[in-house]
Every structure is written in structure tokens, then in C-alpha cells.
Design a protein around this ligand. Structure first.
Ligand SMILES: [Ca+2]
Ligand SMILES: [Ca+2]
Ligand SMILES: [Ca+2]
Ligand SMILES: [Ca+2]
Length: 345
């Protein structure tokens, strides 16, 4: 390769980079607000925000199903062990006994992240790794040595954001009692339960109109219905311009096409799938790379990705993972595209 050709590629790559649109201000993954009745750390610290992890998709969808149904509202934190856990999610208090809330059944265990301080994990039955349903707990300390290594590991699915642990820590100073057969129930002044009185999605994955934690065709279907019905809930405003209109459905459909690996975000991983299958007929088992459905992975599919570059919400990095620098990776990828385009001629 001559010096001149190398320089040409560099210029072409830079030109494509400049033309990449930034359609949406990418926000974080799904964030849930949890409001408690005892503002022991002082307002506004009676509200805790948690970020759901994307590497536990079944647990995330399960947790959100309870949140979106309002099942966690008025639920008691029925177990507190200082330095260990604050647990709830299973019961309300009817004045004389604990009443089980709605239960959607057990889910598969997705243990992967350590039970470190400030994380939330699903509770489950002893001797049955796949028995989590609605109960969860906050980890007060580093419980990894214990909880990562028993019963298949307890699935960590979220973390407390900001200074939210100040409030959770404040509850650890409450005295605990045995109430209606439950040991370790934290009570203020011996008679006030710690209760979650509002648990709701406050920030969502862009395009996740049905609030289940993932972006899929179901979201586009719901948005189609919604446009007809004329509702204006914020999750339907995919392009975040303040109104719900056809443009939101168009962007969501474009996002679904460009998000080849289905992680709710259009970025380098999607570009890499196109590059890996470049100039090939639609590979079996990887039909998404052919976004246009013409049986060939080529420039139309590249455009489907670049046309909505950065749309959606970027997934958070996995715990302990080395985060690649996106800009340089994108440059590398686009440089390869230019080389491939040249070779094709
Ligand atoms: Ca969804
Ligand atoms: Ca809009
Ligand atoms: Ca993607
Ligand atoms: Ca194609």
C-alpha cells in the first residue's frame, strides 16, 4: 500500500466520522426510584435511586414487572441485619400480620456480579438457586465471600446511585424486633415499619416504551397503538423532544434496525457485526446483519447503523471489565470499512 493510498483512507474515515449524527443524548440504563416513609437521613434522602444492570436481563424484567404493576408500593422492609442486609419486597402489613404481595413465580438464577456494598440482589429459598421471585435485599457490606458462594450465588441486579446508601445506612441503626413470627424486623420507636411507598421507573432505556428493560419490536408495536390512542407518557417520546409523534415511531424503528445485537443501543458492537459479515450473503443464524433484507450485507446495512449512530441507551460496562475507548474503536472500524469498500471495487 502506497503512502498516498494510506492518506486517502485516513481522510475518508475522518469524513464519515464527521457525518455521524448524534440523534439522542444517550442516557444510562433503566433507573428506578424507591421512596421510603422514614426519612431518617433527612429529606430529600428518603428517596433512593437504583440503576438496573443489563447483564441480568431475566431478573431486570422480573423486577420491573413488579415495579410497573405497583406491587412494591407499601411493601415492608421485613428484615435488617446491621452490616449484612436490608431485605423486603415480599409483604405488606395489614395491621396485624404480614400479607404476601403478588408473586409472579420463580426465575432463573443469573449470578455474575459480586455482592458488594451498595448493590441489590434477589433473595431466594435455601437449596434452590432458581427460586427468586419478588424479595430482594440491599447489601450493607462486602458480602461476596458469603453470598457469591452459596446456593449458586445471589443475583446482584442493581446498585444504589449517588448518596442513597446514606439512607439505607440510617435504617441499620433501627432496633429490630420479632413481629408476627418474623425475626429481625426493623422498627422506628418500636412501632413504625420501614415501608416503600413509591417504587417507579424514573429514567428508562430510550425506546423501551413498555418499560420491561429491553428495546424490542414489542415497543414499536405499543408505540404504534399509542400514537393512535394519543397518550403522551414520557416513555413514548423516543427522540426526547417533548411530544409524541410519528417521528418517535420512525426513530424507534430505525433504532431496532441499527441495533443489530439487540442491546438497546446503536454503537460499535453493531458496526462490528456488519464488518464481520461484510460483502457476504446473509449468514445463517445472523440475519440481523442484513438489516435491509436484501440477502446481502453491504452498504445499505452499514447505513442502517450509521444513520442512527448512538441512538438508544448505552449499556453500562460489566463489573471489572476494561472499557474500550469508543472513539478510537469507531475510527478503527470505519478505517476497515474504507479498506473493504476499496477492495470491493
Ligand atoms: Ca421493551
Ligand atoms: Ca418526540
Ligand atoms: Ca447494539
Ligand atoms: Ca442488506
Amino acid at each position: 500500500m502506497s503512502f498516498m493510498r494510506k492518506r486517502l483512507y485516513a481522510v475518508a474515515a475522518a469524513a464519515v466520522l464527521v457525518s455521524i449524527p448524534t440523534l439522542s443524548t444517550a442516557s444510562a440504563s433503566t433507573i428506578v426510584k424507591m421512596q421510603f416513609n422514614l426519612g431518617l437521613a433527612g429529606p430529600p434522602l428518603d428517596t433512593v435511586y437504583i440503576e438496573l444492570f443489563d447483564d441480568t436481563p431475566v431478573t431486570q424484567a422480573n423486577f420491573l414487572s413488579y415495579v410497573n404493576a405497583g406491587d412494591y408500593n407499601n411493601v415492608v422492609m421485613h428484615r435488617m441485619v446491621p452490616g449484612f442486609v436490608l431485605q423486603g419486597g415480599g409483604f405488606t402489613w395489614n395491621g396485624s400480620s404480614f400479607t404476601p404481595i403478588n408473586n409472579n413465580g420463580p426465575i432463573v438464577n443469573e449470578f455474575g456480579r459480586s455482592n458488594l456494598r451498595g448493590t441489590l440482589a434477589m433473595a431466594k429459598l435455601g437449596g434452590d438457586p432458581d427460586s427468586a421471585s419478588n424479595q430482594f435485599f440491599f447489601n450493607y457490606g462486602d458480602n461476596s465471600a458469603n453470598l457469591d458462594n452459596q446456593n449458586g450465588g445471589f443475583t446482584v441486579f442493581a446498585r444504589v446511585l449517588g448518596n442513597g446508601m446514606d439512607l439505607i445506612d440510617a435504617y441499620s441503626s433501627l432496633q429490630t424486633f420479632t413481629v408476627a413470627g418474623f425475626a429481625d424486623v426493623p422498627l422506628l420507636n418500636g412501632n413504625q415499619f420501614v415501608v416503600m411507598n413509591d417504587v417507579s421507573v424514573t429514567q428508562l432505556r430510550i425506546g423501551d416504551t413498555d418499560l420491561d428493560g429491553t428495546v424490542s419490536q414489542a415497543d414499536a408495536d405499543l408505540l404504534t397503538t399509542t400514537l393512535v390512542g394519543g397518550t403522551d407518557q414520557p416513555q413514548f417520546d423516543v427522540d426526547e423532544n417533548g411530544t409524541v409523534e410519528q417521528a418517535d415511531l420512525d426513530l424507534l424503528n430505525a433504532l431496532l434496525l441499527g441495533d443489530i445485537d439487540g442491546d438497546g443501543f446503536v454503537g460499535i458492537t453493531d458496526l462490528n457485526v456488519v464488518l464481520a459479515n461484510w460483502n457476504q450473503n446473509t449468514p445463517p443464524g445472523n440475519v440481523n446483519a442484513d438489516t435491509s433484507g436484501d440477502g446481502f450485507v453491504g452498504i445499505d446495512d452499514l447505513n442502517a447503523v450509521l444513520g442512527v449512530w448512538n441512538a438508544g441507551s448505552p449499556p453500562p460496562p460489566a463489573a471489572g471489565a476494561t472499557v474500550p475507548e469508543p472513539a478510537s474503536l469507531a475510527l478503527l472500524g470505519l478505517g476497515s470499512v474504507m479498506t473493504l469498500l476499496r477492495r470491493r471495487r
